[in-house]
Design a protein around this ligand. Structure first.
Ligand SMILES: *Cc1c(COP(=O)(O)O)cnc(C)c1O
Length: 369
């Protein structure tokens, strides 16, 4: 119990369940294959790495606080207005800025069950109430989300594809959701895994953000660009939304090395294409391998991202698989804290990572039979 004379955190801060990052070492501290944070197994574009190294020449200078070159590079690539691009210390910061600028005490922030774990933290941090709508088969249920909207709803977060489920809300459903949301609700479309989605499946997010007064799309350099260590993300939205977020972001929130590396990565479409191809191939392989373990109660939720959520509905539990894989040197993400004690989220790794993981999983399944 804390003493009454000590500083007391605000009750809504006390209520936050801290974010749990993916582990990078095994229980024994041994060398391990990290498949717990959805990082790029191909690493980083060589051009981005070179830009990062070159930035060491200007360590004594503050970064460009308005990230002009980065915004222009992003806007040119996606056909957007650079003035409406915002950047953040990871897209996590953008999510916090959205909640901070548009919600507060007495307001509600809405998202789907098994959504990204940062959403409830971003809501509670500003004193707002986090509201979870039921899913349908681990995917977004537009009707359930709409049924949970009240006159207090100020922000709706939706990750597409979603993390940790990997599910994707098709364009027609996304447009139906947006059309039925109250105009005073900010709709934040989190596209952290968008580069992994087939081009034919465009959810229409940018198109919506170009004209709608209440849509913010967010992207990150942490996933397919392989720049997670640099903490850099961005968002695109209406000028008024972007202006409000700029007021509360940290003044120099993106480093020089991060800006330079991100720009170089945007100019290396080959690396992105290779990363996407690798992911598509090994994700399909992993899903097919899991399907062969169906009689042992394993099942993959069909994924559109760079990870697969595997459900354990037989004798081998997800918890046993998690620690068994750990003992074999494979770190996956077990998610009891997110209401998914029956599931492991497994990031797509290199070919040896994937083959080794499946071999280990087969031995665990056999051991439990
Ligand atoms: C990884 C992830 C992010 C952002 O990560 P940053 O490293 O902060 O850019 C945002 N949303 C979802 C759903 C993610 O999985």
């Amino acid at each position: 119990m804390s003493s009454p004379a000590a500083p007391q955190p605000k009750p809504w801060i006390d209520a936050i369940a801290p974010y749990v990052p993916g582990r990078s070492s095994t229980d024994g501290g041994g060398k391990a294959v990290k498949l717990s944070s959805n990082e790029n197994p191909l690493g980083t574009s060589p051009a981005a790495r070179a830009a990062f190294v070159a930035a060491a020449e200007s360590l004594d200078r503050y970064p460009d606080a308005s990230a002009v070159k980065l915004r222009e590079a992003i806007a040119a690539l996606h056909g957007l207005d650079p003035a409406r691009v915002i950047y953040g210390t990871g897209s996590d910061e953008i999510l916090h800025l959205a909640a901070g600028a548009f919600a507060g005490v007495g307001d509600e922030v809405l998202f789907v069950r098994y959504g990204f774990s940062v959403y409830p933290i971003a809501a509670r941090r500003v004193g707002a109430t986090a509201v979870e709508a039921p899913d349908v088969g681990y995917a977004t249920d537009v009707d359930a989300l709409l049924a949970a909207v009240t006159e207090r709803t100020r922000v709706v977060f939706l990750a597409n594809p979603n993390n940790p489920t990997g599910t994707f809300l098709p364009r027609a459903e996304l447009l139906r959701l947006h059309a039925a949301l109250p105009a005073e609700c900010l709709f934040v479309l989190d596209q952290a895994y968008y580069e992994y989605v087939d081009e034919a499946e465009d959810d229409g997010g940018f198109e919506l953000a170009l004209d709608a007064p209440n849509v913010l799309v967010t992207r990150t350099f942490s996933k397919i660009h392989g720049l997670a260590a640099e903490r850099i993300g961005w968002g695109y939205g209406p000028a008024r939304v972007i202006a409000a977020m700029h007021k509360i972001r940290a003044p120099f929130n993106v480093t020089t090395a991060g800006q330079d590396a991100a720009i170089a990565s945007l100019r290396d479409p080959q690396f992105i294409a290779a990363s996407r191809d690798h992911n598509a191939r090994w994700r399909a392989w992993l899903e097919a391998e899991i399907a062969t373990l169906g009689n042992a109660g394993l099942r993959a939720v069909p994924s559109h991202a760079n990870f697969v959520l595997v459900l354990f509905e037989g004798r081998l539990t997800a918890e046993q698989a998690y620690s068994g894989l750990m003992a074999h040197g494979y770190i996956t993400r077990w998610l009891p804290g997110q209401g998914l004690p029956q599931a492991l989220r497994i990031s797509i790794g290199t070919e040896p990572d994937m083959r080794g993981l499946i071999a280990a999983l087969r031995s665990l399944v056999d051991g439990a039979a």
